[in-house]
Ligand binder design. Structure first.
Ligand code: ATP
Length: 248
């Protein structure tokens, strides 16, 4: 469904992604695990096209030179040259790290903004689904985004991404700073979203433990390179992976 190969991203002279190849098949949940600065967000920016926006912005501001190379194929079509909004229209939707919700807008407004690409009927149906899987958001629908807890903001960020009608959802560190209970709930819901909506999912995290139960396949990113990959069972059987990403 989505396959990236030969991905390279340089921030000025710093190599943030080094010849990365990853893939996600239809209806799969794929995990990308790596320590701080391993390149997880940069990979998500490359897959979603945000990296092109960052590149342009830096160029216009006379800032650092960002070099991007490689291929992102989605449903048998090269999309690397497409902007984030063109990719979103095709179904590649990013739910960014640190929950970039609109802090001044209400929960309902945030969700409606997320649905700007959808038809009125799609938006209505998806909104009902979002409130079904995140009942807390329904209760909070008139609350201003900035007043939500971290977990509620993450639910809202996922809900808003769903409103954009993804076929593949890119979840960048959705569990950062959340309680174990909230993490488990979000991962259960992520799996339910894949099962019920047939949405493929790529999820990044620093620690594999809370995400591992729901992934079909995973890649380990170190210093910008994908150094290991395998099914959940294959990686679980690898003592180095267990020590580095599970603390056992
Ligand atoms: P974290 O878990 O801290 O978010 P990450 O795995 O998502 O880390 P990235 O944010 O992709 O890693 O960063 C990879 C490397 O690229 C880091 O060394 C980071 O400092 C650097 N980097 C990221 N964005 C920029 C930028 N706009 N300009 C310069 N360097 C950057």
């Amino acid at each position: 469904m989505l396959e990236a190969s030969g991905l390279m991203v340089f921030y000025e002279n710093m190599l943030a992604l080094n010849n990365v190849r990853i893939r996600c098949d239809q209806n799969q949940i794929v995990g990308i695990f790596g320590a701080n600065s391993a390149g997880k967000s940069t990979l998500m920016y490359a897959l979603s096209g945000i990296v092109l926006d960052i590149q342009k912005k830096e160029e216009m501001a006379g800032g650092e030179r960002i070099t991007v190379a490689g291929s992102v194929r989605y449903q048998d079509r090269e999309v690397m040259h497409l902007s984030p909004s063109r990719r979103a229209r095709l179904g590649i939707v990013l739910c960014p790290e640190r929950r970039r919700i609109f802090k001044e807008s209400t929960v309902l407004e945030n969700l409606k903004i997320g649905g700007y690409l959808a038809s009125a009927a799609q938006a209505k149906e998806t909104l009902a689904y979002v409130f079904e899987v995140f009942p807390a958001l329904y209760k909070l629908r008139n609350r201003i985004g900035g007043f939500l807890s971290g977990g509620e903001q993450q639910m809202l960020a996922i809900g808003r991404a769903l409103m954009a009608q993804p076929k593949i959802l890119l979840l960048d560190e959705p569990l950062l700073g959340l309680s174990p209970l909230m993490q488990a709930m979000l991962m259960r819901t992520t799996r339910e979203i894949r099962d019920r909506r047939n949405i493929s999912i790529i999820v990044t995290e620093q620690y594999a433990r809370p995400v591992f139960p729901i992934v079909d396949y995973a890649f380990i990113l170190e210093n910008g390179s994908a150094v290991l990959e395998g099914t959940r069972d294959e990686l679980m059987d690898n003592p180095d992976v267990r020590a580095a990403y599970f603390g056992v």
